[in-house]
Design a protein around this ligand. Sequence first.
Ligand code: SAH
Length: 357
Amino acid sequence: MELREETRDKAILLIDKLYNENDLRDEDLLWLLDNMNKKEKEYMFSLSKKTRDKYYGKNVYLRSLIEFTNYCKRECIYCGINAYNKKANRYRLTKEEIVEACKNGKSLGYNTFVLQGGEDPYFTDEKMCEIIKEIKRIDPNCAITLSMGERSYESYKALKDSGADRYLLRHETSNPDYYKWLHPKSVLDTRVECIKNLKKLGFQTGTGIMVGLPGYTNKDYVRDLRFIKTISPEMVGLGPFITHKDTEMREYKSGDIDTTLTILSMVRLLLPKVLLPATTALASIAENGRKAGLDVGSNVIMPNLTPVEYRGDYMLYNSKKSSGSESAQALNMIKNELDSFGYICNMSRGDSKMCVE
Ligand code: SAH
C-alpha cells in the first residue's frame, strides 16, 4: 500500500517537473509512460492544455490541405499510396488545378495552403517552383507548406527561394531498425539529414511519428520524444497508425486514441510553443478524436481542400475522413464545432511562436 502511494507521488512529481521545466530525463519519461494511471494521465492532459493556452489561448489555426498527387516512388509498408500498391487509383493535379484550389481556399478565408503528396518525380523543382510562385503571386501574404518527402538540399533550397515557407517531413520513427522495417529501401539517417537541411534553410519545419505501430515500445516513444525535443521543430504531426487493407501491414491493428493523446500531451509539454495538429488520422479513429486532441494541447487542424473528385483516392489508410468538418468547404460546420468545443477558429497564417522569440 505504502509503495503504491509512493508510486503515485512520484508520478505527480514528475508530471509537475515536466510542466515546469518543459523537459524530463529520458528515464523519467519512460517511467511515466510505464506507470501513469488514468487519473495521472488526465492531470498531465490538463497541464498540456494549460501550456497550449498560455502561448496560443483558445486559438485553433486552420490550414487547408491540398493532396496534389498520390503517385509515389517510395516503399513505405504502412502507406496506401506506396509505389507497390497496384490497387491505388493514381492521380495528379495539374498546376492549374492546384492554383485553382488555392484560389478557392483564399476566397473561403484560408491563409495557409499545405501541398501534400507522394514522392512523385513528375513534380520536378522547376514545376514546383512555378506552382509556388504562382500561388504567391495570387496571394503574397499566404503561407505555403510543402509535404512531399525527401529531396536534396539544392531542391529544398530552390523551393524555399521560390517562396515556400514551411515543410512537413515526419521522421516516422527514430529507431533505425524499426525505420528499416517500415522503409526497406531507405535509412533513417537520410530522413534526419533532410529534416536538418530544412531547418538550416529556414523552413518552419515539422516532424513527427505514427503512434501505435506494432511492437512499438515505450522506449521507442521516449527516443522519439527526445529526438523531437532536440530537433525542436516548429510543428509536430502526430497521429495513430491506421491499417490499410492493401499494404503489407494489413494484418496489424491500428493505434489507439489513448496512446496518441498521451504522446501528444508530452510533446506539448516538451515544446510549449509548438504547432500541433489534431490530425485527420486522430479524427478518423474516434468520433471525438479532434476534440480530444485539442483538449490535450493541439492547436491546429487541417481541413481538406483537395478537389472532391480526387479525395477518395488519397487513401493513406482506410476510413480516412475527408468530408463533414474535415472538409475545407465546410467552414461553418468547422467554426460551429470549434465553438461548441470552446475554441476559436483562427484563419490567420498562424506562424509558429518559436520563430518570434
Ligand atoms: N510523401 C510525404 C507525405 C506522406 S503522407 C512524406 O514522405 O513526408 C503524410 C504522413 O501520413 C506520413 O508522414 C505518415 O506519417 C502518415 N501516414 C501514412 N500512412 C499512414 C497510415 N497507414 N496510418 C497513419 N498515418 C499514415
